[in-house]
Design a protein around this ligand. Structure first.
Ligand SMILES: O=C[C@H](O)COP(=O)(O)O
Length: 267
């Protein structure tokens, strides 16, 4: 059984290409109010929002100005530091805005923008170079799942993405297991499906680095997470939180998900 004692669960809401900066402000204020109202214990469950780039400055101003305990991050970054890369966003810019996290290797980037494992590895390195924690996404297609090759496939993605990183770096990474067939489909993986792959990821971290690193890294599940299924998934030993897509732009639903295992005095 994995030692879960040191890992603070993380619920991260990936808004994808939804909500402009004004809508972002409304959602963050409501979310903060709802979590405060229910006395969310941020020491028990960390909460992060991952808005589109154009919202980040507004979210930062709110969170810093009001000293909210929410974290925030970005959905992607460039593998490059600066230069003639039209449309790209440097990790340095994200760091300057106070982003705690940056999603790297999301399956939608892999599918629609043809990002391969090598580019994902460069982006992970760029995130570390700028002091922003990568939230690395891995996950298999339905075809791979049907063939029963999900563990080998995901570990293959992981090996390439982590190549060349030190144990000290990897100690802080967040990994999200997101089976592609479960994203936005309403077809959530069973808790046992999630546990199988999350445990394999942790096992690989132990092989590549050390038991200490394996025990420290948070491994999230993502794919059709809702308030009605989050408890069963997060009850698994090797699942340390959720990367939530669609349900994260419904503030009441997201707050309910966040309150799982942090409902100190909640009704
Ligand atoms: O980043 C989030 C995942 O892609 C999950 O999205 P979803 O909750 O809409 O299935």
């Amino acid at each position: 059984m994995a030692d879960t004692s040191a890992r603070v669960p993380l619920i991260a809401g990936n808004w994808k290409m939804n909500l402009d900066h004004q809508q972002a402000t409304v959602l963050v204020q409501k979310l903060d109010w709802m979590l405060r109202d229910k006395r969310h214990d941020f020491a028990q469950v960390e909460v992060a929002v991952i808005p589109p780039f154009t919202d980040i400055r507004s979210v930062q101003t709110l969170i810093d100005g009001d000293r909210l305990k929410l974290k925030f991050g970005a959905q992607d970054l460039s593998a490059h530091e600066s230069g003639a890369y039209t449309g790209e966003i440097s990790g340095r810019f994200l760091a300057k805005l106070g982003c705690s996290y940056v999603v790297v290797g999301h399956s939608e980037r892999r599918e629609y923008h043809h990002e391969d494992d090598a580019l994902v590895a460069q982006k992970v390195a760029a995130a570390y170079q700028n002091g922003v924690t990568p939230l690395l996404c891995v996950g298999e297609s339905l075809e791979v799942r049907r063939a029963g090759d999900q563990v080998a496939f995901v570990l293959g993605q992981l090996d390439v993405a982590l190549h060349g990183l030190s144990a000290e770096q990897v100690n802080s990474i967040v990994i999200a297991y997101e089976p592609v067939w479960a994203i936005g489909t309403g077809e959530v993986a069973t808790p046992d499906d999630a546990q199988e792959v999350c445990a394999a990821i942790r096992g690989r971290l132990g092989q590549l680095y050390s038991d200490q690193v394996a025990a420290a890294v948070r491994v999230l599940y993502g794919g059709s997470v809702k308030s009605g299924n989050v408890a069963a998934i997060m009850a698994k030993d090797d699942v340390d939180g959720a990367l939530v897509g669609g349900a994260s732009i419904d503030v009441e639903e997201f707050a309910t998900i966040c309150r799982y295992q942090a409902h100190v005095g909640a009704t």
